[in-house]
Design a protein around this ligand. Structure first.
Ligand SMILES: [Zn+2]
Length: 268
């Protein structure tokens, strides 16, 4: 959880054109400003100046995130004029200030991107470097590790748990939970599962829910048993959708053969 401060560019500024946007992409930048103090707050002040011609949606440093534009408005950050980069992508600048921790800023950006992907239904394939739009060598500190940067987005939400303890831990001798074998197999159904009225329920749904939970896509993390209840409702569909988004599938919240295959691959 990183704090996001909304500090929008004044509507009267020329770098807030106010064109309506439905974001389809997320574009990643580096600020290329290594000066001390060139953090998110200082960039927020910069884009609010009436003389500034460029704009983007978020600046991320090692401590905080500033949002400069609403997500349904475009900014001028991609260098492609009225192309897709400027008109249909959310721009994120990652700070490189000498008095900040760059790797922490990268982690914070990965976290932010994950949130945005889920909220805006943007697939991982559409998280792109600035270079994609204009050829500029940006984000200059991430281009040579772009694949691992993207992989980090996919695992950002599991990082705490995953590092604390491996998923496949050695069996414990405890007899208090006889229902949880050390190496679980999931009888994933072969058919299609989706939200129906009345709700589809049963062991097939439960197997899907358990498999999703095992890879950290809980139907409802706050609910009893993480929402594993055998009903294919909106929350289960949402877990399926989040899973699909992160695995390059059509994110429709409908469980089918492709989702099954992706789940089985992960659970192997
Ligand atoms: Zn850039």
């Amino acid at each position: 959880m990183v704090k996001i401060i909304k500090d929008f560019i004044p509507k009267s500024n020329r770098n807030r054109p106010g064109n309506y946007m439905k974001p389809l992409y997320i574009t990643v930048h580096n600020t290329a400003n290594t000066a001390k103090g060139a953090d998110a707050a200082s960039h927020a002040a910069f884009v609010k100046r009436s003389s500034t011609g460029v704009s983007w949606h978020y600046t991320v440093d090692d401590k905080v995130i500033y949002q400069h534009l609403p997500l349904n408005e475009n900014g001028w950050h991609a260098g492609d004029g009225r192309g897709t980069g400027n008109m249909k992508s959310i721009g994120i600048e990652i700070c490189e200030n000498a008095d900040g921790n760059f790797e922490k800023a990268v982690e914070n950006a990965q976290w932010l991107i994950r949130q945005l992907m889920t909220e805006q239904s943007i697939p991982l394939a559409n998280v792109v470097p600035h270079k994609r739009w204009s050829g500029k060598q940006c984000p200059r500190k991430l281009l040579n590790r772009w694949d691992s940067f993207k992989a980090g987005i996919a695992t950002a939400h599991t990082s705490k748990k995953a590092t604390a303890k491996p998923v496949k831990s050695a069996p414990t001798k405890s007899t208090t939970k006889p229902k949880t074998p050390s190496k679980k197999t999931y009888n994933l159904p072969s058919g299609i599962l989706k939200v129906t009225k009345p709700l589809t329920k049963g062991s097939a749904v439960k197997a899907v829910q358990q498999a999703l939970a095992a890879v950290y896509y809980y139907p409802d993390k706050k609910a009893k048993n993480n929402g594993i209840d055998g009903y294919y409702g909106a929350k289960t569909a949402n877990a399926v959708k989040r899973f699909q988004l992160m695995h390059g599938l059509v994110a429709d919240g409908i469980y089918g053969p492709k989702t099954k295959a992706a789940l089985e691959k992960l659970l192997k």
